[in-house]
Write a protein that binds this ligand. Structure first.
Ligand SMILES: [Zn+2]
Length: 287
């Protein structure tokens, strides 16, 4: 794993989110779990080499951040915003998170097939959040502070984890660094406020939900990209384009690649982003 500071580790090289952990003098705090089974098992081992896992934090409910919880059963309790618990691996989500996790195996983790649970086994104990909160939450462990900041926008239960002693913040998918932004279940107004909040933190290291580790300067890039998306679809609506015309004519596929392993989702992301923004703008709902 990449060592961001002497006590902060992350992995930006695998399909799924950037799973991370922080080593304190009183054990380890995991922030998001690897989606791929063998990567989850390996990260648990790597984390436990530094001490017992005291907490597992999920920054959002999307499958790429929570599926790996299954492989952390019996480690410290999972902590997440209440909306992460409410939306945890719901089969009604599209694509179905369980199916989406399984679909990644042949291409990205063939060895993971052997330890991938069938649906019944998985849902018996997917290692859901055991501790939830609705605003912010502060944990203190071994001389480290973990400020779990409620930063909704990308998802309803989105949080960032600020560790002031490491001058680091784990933003979850409030920042997609140099890769495509998925915004079709998002509230852009809230997301912009979340970026403003992250921008106020006194940090050197920004560990995004996806893409390489960056700095606070990237907050402005992410903000600009969200505004560009809204402006492009609003301009289409203003010109009287139908949704299909907007979908056909608006694309930011040239801007960034899709994060690792999901390149085939490029068309889906462009289409769903346009479609969601179009529906809100036409309905007069702030995006
Ligand atoms: Zn993600």
């Amino acid at each position: 794993m990449q060592q961001v500071t002497p006590r902060v580790y992350t992995d930006t090289t695998q399909r799924g989110c950037n799973p991370s952990f922080v080593v304190t003098s009183d054990g380890v705090v995991v922030i998001d779990t690897p989606q791929l089974p063998t990567r989850a098992v390996a990260m648990r081992k790597a984390a436990e080499a530094h001490g017992p896992i005291r907490y597992v934090i999920n920054t959002e409910h999307h499958v790429d951040h929570i599926f790996g919880n299954y492989y952390f059963r019996g480690a410290g309790p999972v902590i997440a915003h209440a909306e992460v618990a409410n939306n945890f691996m719901l089969a009604t989500q599209h694509p179905s998170p369980y199916v989406y996790a399984r679909e990644a195996l042949p291409t990205d983790d063939p060895d993971g097939e052997a330890i991938f649970p069938d649906e019944e086994t998985y849902f018996r104990d997917p290692n859901r959040p055991a501790i939830t909160f609705t605003q912010d939450l502060t944990l203190r462990l071994g001389g480290h502070t973990f400020e779990l900041l409620f930063t909704p926008g990308h998802t309803v239960g989105q949080i960032a984890v600020h560790v002031p002693e490491e001058r680091a913040v784990f933003t979850g998918d409030t920042i997609f660094c140099r890769c495509q932004t998925w915004l079709y279940v998002s509230n852009i107004d809230q997301w912009l406020a979340a970026l403003d909040r992250i921008g106020t933190l006194d940090v050197d290291h920004v560990i995004p939900g996806h893409g390489p580790v960056t700095t606070k300067a990237y907050v402005d890039v992410q903000r600009a990209f969200l505004l560009e998306w809204v402006a492009a679809v609003a301009a289409g609506v203003a010109q009287g384009w139908t949704k299909e015309e907007c979908i056909a004519r608006i694309s930011f596929a040239e801007r960034f690649p899709v994060d690792i392993g999901q390149e085939y989702m490029m068309g889906h992301i462009q289409r769903e982003n346009v479609s969601a923004l179009y529906d809100k703008l036409v309905a007069g709902v702030r995006p």
